[in-house]
Design a protein around this ligand. Sequence first.
Ligand SMILES: Cc1ncc(C[n+]2csc(CCOP(=O)(O)OP(=O)(O)O)c2C)c(N)n1
Length: 655
Amino acid sequence: MANAIRALAMDAVEAAKSGHPGLPMGAADVATTLFAKFLKYDAADPAWPDRDRFVFSAGHGSMLLYSLLFLTGVKPVTLDELKRFRQLDSLTPGHPENFVTPGVETTTGPLGQGLATAVGMAIAERMLAAEFGDEIVDHRTYVLASDGDLMEGISHEAIGLAGHLRLNKLTVLWDDNGISIDGPLSLSDTTDQLKRFEACGWRAMRVDGHDPAAIARALRKAQASDRPTLIACKTVIGFGAPKKAGTSKAHGEPLGPEELAGAKAALGWTHAPFEIPDEILKAWRRVGKRGRNERKAWEERVAALAPDRRAELERRLKGDLPTGFADAIAGLKGRLAAEPATVATRKASEMALEAITAVTPELVLGSADLTPSNNTKTKGLTAISPGQYAGRYIHYGIREHGMAAAMNGIVLHGGLRPAGATFMVFTDYARPSMRLSALMGAPVVYVMTHDSIGLGEDGPTHQPVEHLAALRSMPNMRVFRPADAIETAEAWQLALERRDGPTTLSLTRQNLAPARRDGGAENRSAQGAYELSPADGEAAATIFASGSEVEIALAAQAQLKERGVPARVVSVPSLDLFLAQDESVRRAVVGTAPVRVAVEAAVRFGWDAVIGDEGSFVGMASFGASAPYKDLYRHFGITAEAVTEAVLRRHNRRG
Ligand SMILES: Cc1ncc(C[n+]2csc(CCOP(=O)(O)OP(=O)(O)O)c2C)c(N)n1
């Protein structure tokens, strides 16, 4: 059965003229043992909620996963799809993409991500079991990881978090083949991985990865472990290939006809390319059905739940928001309109969360050790802790990257909506996982506070200037930079209503005056930008601003009015969302005033799409500095006077 994986991997890589045969050939025995004896899995419904998760972290070896899906009988993954490995619109892209191929749990390829995402899945499993009971939620999470997965820095954040939380239903099978692209691992690494994992609170053991009985024994120990488990499976990369086995030559290129023939001969595989003998296919199909009864039994248990519990479970698994959600936001906005608050938007976010968490039990908040600064832990939220998973808050520790990946895992698991926080500048530390959220269409919420020079004294290391532009440029990432408490409530509403991708909330440390006094049900941020304050008469200028600079734009508008120049102010809580609107919407909001000025305490990049080359930008062109924030705004010339002057300069030139 393992040789069927090897043969398919060799054939598909050969047909595609590219790909990675070595890992599937080496890890085939490990995967076969797991699937044939342990994994709770039903190929007829590879997404049933209480299945065991199999996270294939070493995405480059994707043919291992595709072979398993085909062999076990995941319907759309046919032999023809394997023959179209790496071709346009196939179900078998170069690296596994969960939004393309049924049965793929998460998108992998950037090494380390799968492992760290799996930690989130294991967290979600425990939290949901605490909420719905072991009868309904009781599954394990398995990861197949390569040397590269374990060398990446993110692995340390992930195993630290998993070990601390004692996620004993998480098992990592390490394809310990000692080979990476440059050659033997000894070129670059001498880490004792078993000791490292043990030091992080894991159980760790070593087996011969070509001995199914030994692998099975280790997996049984893992099942009984009170800690997460690492199983180092000593394997030979490219197992069976006469010359290339055990060398980096087997890693990432077709074997070539001669070596391929030699490998098949050595393995005793006498069948034509892509041919799987009936007997072996039947055996695999039986493996694909192993979990069927367990799935059926689970469905019966769900059907027997009290109607309200069942409805809640189904709502949560579908990802629908509760019916009270929109009302909670409307109520909050009404209160904010009646009693306008001068608060930082991070505080406004906390106020929004007080209202939201009361109606959304699925919302799981957290922070990478900046809880008091990020304002994410609202009253009444308890944190999960080792062995105790009833709670809705996660102390991720100083692990931004691990937090972001874990949140991907939590949301992919289903049943929970994660939102995690750090300082905006440290989106850099989380970015590869944020990119995967966007690529996968995973609706994670990133709560990023301290979003400009407005954070003041901590200085340029902590002051984002290019981060808004960087995040806005990421496809399918939505970025909100609300201007006050009402816009913050609207941003949270849009973030949680979003089902098809992540949202970053960019929030201030410093207090902001209320920009809005209207508390209606309409979400005025929903098109990304809107006219906040019309001109008194025909507008000579439009001032665009986001977040903390809306206040400055409004002050400039008043100054201009005194000088007889009518200007309108457009608030732009989400530049990227605005730019995605139809042209007619954009034109209406941008308007026809001849002068356009934008103000934002960040770099200009991206704003030309609104203000054009003729427009003027008041913002940052360098890193910030350490000083009280009001001094910094003056020092960097981000003031109402500067905006007024920019408008007048252009206005007078035209006049
Ligand atoms: C973050 C990241 N960096 C680099 C790569 C490119 N890359 C793909 S596989 C690999 C290393 C391969 O070694 P290993 O993980 O041991 O896999 P094996 O050789 O056993 O297939 C690298 C550097 C990547 N996919 N992700």
